[in-house]
Design a protein. Structure first.
Length: 186
């Protein structure tokens, strides 16, 4: 992880902790969840919003006015609106994508869920995904949400990442391991 990404994540974690604690205290966790989903979709869909968040060409005041208008238009909760305003006034809007991700993780943890990033050579069928989710639930003791990526270069098998744990049963990694073993022998 680059130093800049580490700083952004650190800042995002502090804001996320504050926002999450306020939402829990005010019993508005469901509103926060809706805000996080809406912000994530908006950042994905709008290049203009991404530019607003990261461009040094906008002044604090311009960012604050723009983000306030966006929050009103999106009908975000008061807590989220206030945090976005604070971030704009401190020129910290660039960490919003990290903040959204940290909040998504905290909200999933609150619901007793964990996300598994699964890489496969071809798309899993519904039955395969359900069986994998069940197996991972038994392993981790939490409900599992599968985020699937297809990468044909792994040839076959799976690469599963849950938190800091990774299980790699891909054929490509097994071939690489075999190749390394052959180099050592001869």
């Amino acid at each position: 992880m680059s130093e800049t990404a580490g700083i952004s994540t650190s800042i995002a974690k502090r804001y996320a902790t504050a926002v999450f604690d306020l939402a829990k205290e005010g019993e508005t966790v469901s509103a926060l969840e809706a805000d996080v989903t809406a912000l994530d979709a908006a950042m994905t869909d709008s290049a203009d919003l991404r530019t607003l968040l990261t461009s040094p060409l906008y002044s604090r005041e311009e960012q604050a006015v723009a983000i306030a208008a966006i929050a009103k238009k999106m009908e975000l909760s008061e807590t989220t609106e206030n945090v976005l305003g604070l971030m704009a006034s401190k020129r910290r809007l660039f960490v919003l994508p990290h903040l959204v991700q940290v909040l998504k993780d905290r909200l999933a943890e609150e619901r007793g869920e964990v996300t598994a990033e699964v890489t496969t050579a071809k798309k899993l069928t519904k039955a395969q995904a359900d069986k994998l989710a069940k197996t991972l639930k038994e392993q981790f003791g939490k409900s599992v949400i599968i985020k699937e990526t297809v990468d044909e270069s792994i040839i076959g098998g799976l690469i599963v990442k849950v938190g800091s744990k990774m299980i790699d049963t891909s054929i490509a990694s097994k071939l690489n391991a075999l190749q390394n073993t052959m180099k050592e022998v001869g």
